[in-house]
Write a protein that binds this ligand. Structure first.
Ligand code: NAG
Ligand code: NAG
Ligand code: ZN
Length: 343
């Protein structure tokens, strides 16, 4: 089983070359976040990214994808996803085998789950990467270039984690499932990364990412997302009711508490960087749950970009991108201003 997991993981690393949300989706996450930055976070973002990125999280958001296939950055490839696996983890506590609290991930059978210990590879995954770069972006002993790198990784990974197929191991996150988008042959993963996102932007947002971002920001400030934002910043797992929360790491937390706890351990940077966080895991579980409810609900031969599947997917894409942009701002605000500074 171990060797199967390792080889499946190797395949995932090699073939996930088409990357989450594509450039357009990532940029939108960054542009949304930029609108909600608190004063110190905004000042850091502007000075760190500088003219190279027009002082903008939008412009810097897809840098991590542009370097991941270069030899110098190949180590970062596993950080773009977490592979929710189809294997149950059996846990024996005081002689009782518990399987119900940790169900396996099998989206076609309606079972979705992400478990950090089960799913995060030994080389790290998006969950450990977010912890690492949260610690590093605030580390004043690092160089400006190292802190800019950390910022660009956070900018990107908070987007990736919102893409349901970046938190799914099945068929290499859908890369191995052939699909159709507007008559063109593609795969399921790529349709979610780029095909449906760019059609959505063309159909509904004047074909530009900045308009798309502005439309999502308006929904957050005074539209249908306004009433949801406080939930977005609490990190109570939607997939795990309170009665099923078993471990300390399952206790409800929010964005502020998560970052503050990480920093309280940050004297030892190496230890802090791998400390499991509550919020990124909850974000991953939320995205992954869409694999059960929407992502795999197509029918044989259905065109994902022109049928009812597209109509069903667009609200999920809008929600996930808006939510992750807002969370990125909140996360940076806690890091630099000490609080989310958001309603
Ligand atoms: C740079 O950012 C400013 C606003 O901060 C914007 O008006 C301008 O269009 C941006 N330029 C580019 C090239 O994106
Ligand atoms: C943390 O980030 C640094 C710099 O990018 C990287 O070299 C290191 O491998 C990362 N550590 C973990 C545990 O992800
Ligand atoms: Zn990515």
């Amino acid at each position: 089983m171990r060797s199967f997991i390792i080889s499946a993981y190797a395949v995932a690393v090699c073939t996930q070359s088409v990357t989450a949300w594509g450039t357009l989706g990532h940029q939108t996450v960054g542009y949304v976040a930029q609108e909600f930055l608190a004063p110190k976070a905004l000042a850091f973002v502007k000075s760190s990214l500088g003219t190279t990125y027009n002082q903008s999280l939008g412009a810097a958001a897809s840098w991590a994808d542009s370097v991941r296939s270069l030899a110098a950055y190949r180590w970062s490839a596993p950080f773009h996803f977490v592979d929710a696996e189809g294997e149950s983890e059996f846990l024996v506590i005081l002689g009782h085998t518990l399987t119900s609290t940790i169900s396996k991930d099998a989206p076609l059978s309606g079972s979705c789950s992400v478990q950090e210990t089960r799913d995060c590879g030994s080389g790290g995954c998006i969950l450990t990467a977010i912890a690492n770069y949260t610690t590093r972006v605030a580390q004043t002993s690092l160089s400006a270039a190292q802190r800019q790198e950390a910022l660009k990784f956070l900018d990107h990974f908070l987007g990736d984690i919102g893409q349901p197929l970046h938190v799914e191991a099945y068929e290499v996150g859908g890369n191995d499932i052939s699909a159709k988008c507007s008559g063109k042959t593609t795969n399921l993963h790529a349709a979610w990364d780029t095909g449906m996102v760019s059609k959505n932007i063309d159909d509904n947002h004047d074909g530009t990412v900045t308009t798309y971002a502005a439309d999502l920001v308006a929904k957050i400030k005074k539209g249908t997302f306004k009433s949801l934002t406080s939930d977005w910043l609490s990190c109570t797992s939607i997939t795990k009711p309170a009665s099923k929360r078993f471990f300390l790491s399952d206790a409800p937390r929010d964005v502020e508490e998560d970052v503050h706890r990480l920093f309280s351990r940050a004297e030892d940077v190496a230890e802090a960087s791998v400390t499991p966080l509550a919020c990124p895991l909850v974000w991953a579980q939320e995205s992954n749950s869409y694999c059960c409810s929407v992502v795999f609900t197509y029918t044989m031969g259905q065109d994902l970009c022109t049928t009812s599947y597209f109509t069903k997917a667009v609200p999920v894409i809008d929600l996930q991108i808006a939510k992750q942009g807002y969370r990125l701002a909140a996360w940076l605000n806690v890091i630099f201003d000490g609080a989310t500074n958001l309603p």
